[in-house]
Ligand binder design. Structure first.
Ligand code: NAG
Ligand code: NAG
Ligand code: NAG
Length: 225
């Protein structure tokens, strides 16, 4: 019984695994970095470069450079290699954490995390992934670089898509309400008109009845004379 339950569990797990390959075996996806940070908060500077030949062993070192807004030159701010992380610039001292691949020299994710973002952090960031692939008889060296243009804002702004969909939601709700109201007024008028018509008809019928009755009476009176 317990064994059967265990097998079922395993089956379910492997099913989930094949559905969410990304989480389970760490398959690599080159997601672009966000580009808008909020002042005072943390921000993850993304830099992912997937290895094309996953069966080949590799080793990589990472360097990050930064060019502040309005400056001409890049400065070296961060290194991550076999010795671990090193912050290379005073402006970022104690403010950068490694957010990339863990427990591996074979780095594919070279993202870093900026703590307590200030407006002075806006500018251009560039990461360099220096990768060596170890083939049987030779080594192959590649340098991949990615650029992130970071803007720092006081408050998180929302994407256009979310604003558009919110506006659409209100338009739809208000539109439906107005339509409902018009329909209600129309119906009310129709009912009221029908009611009046019925009243008028009833009154007419009564009048006619009275009229013919009095006519009869008159006739009777004339006859009686
Ligand atoms: C990145 O680093 C920050 C600060 O150390 C941590 O709070 C955050 O959870 C990390 N994120 C990931 C995805 O590793
Ligand atoms: C970041 O900001 C928090 C709160 O303002 C503060 O406690 C912390 O010491 C700051 N960290 C750094 C590295 O400046
Ligand atoms: C930002 O830069 C300006 C000019 O370089 C400097 O005066 C200011 O202290 C800096 N602010 C922070 C929070 O580092």
């Amino acid at each position: 019984m317990a064994a059967a339950a265990g097998t079922a569990h395993l089956l379910l797990l492997s099913l989930l695994c094949s559905l969410f390959v990304y989480q389970c075996d760490g398959a690599c996806a080159e997601v672009d970095s966000d580009t808008e940070a909020v002042a005072g908060k943390g921000f993850k500077l993304g830099c992912i470069s997937c290895k094309r030949r996953s069966e080949v062993d590799g080793a990589a070192t990472v360097e990050w450079y930064f060019r502040a807004k309005g400056e001409a030159d890049f400065v070296h701010i961060y290194t991550y290699n076999e010795d671990g992380p090193t912050i290379e610039h005073d402006h970022f001292m104690d403010r950068v954490d490694w957010n990339g691949s863990k427990r591996s020299n074979d780095i594919q994710d070279a993202s870093i995390y900026l703590l307590n973002v200030t407006f002075n952090d806006s500018g251009t960031y560039q990461c360099f992934l220096n990768r060596i692939l170890f083939y049987e008889f030779y080594e192959y060296n590649t340098i991949i670089s990615k650029v992130v243009h970071l803007t720092v804002v006081a408050k998180a702004t929302r994407g256009t898509a979310s604003i558009v969909s919110e506006v659409m939601m209100y338009v739809t709700i208000i539109g439906l309400q107005v339509w409902l109201l018009i329909e209600m007024i129309y119906c009310y008028r129709k009912i009221a008109a029908a009611g009046e018509e019925a009243l008028r008809e009833a009154a007419n019928a009564e009048y006619l009845a009275i009229a013919s009755e009095s006519k009869d009476n008159m006739a009777g009176v004339q006859v009686g004379e």
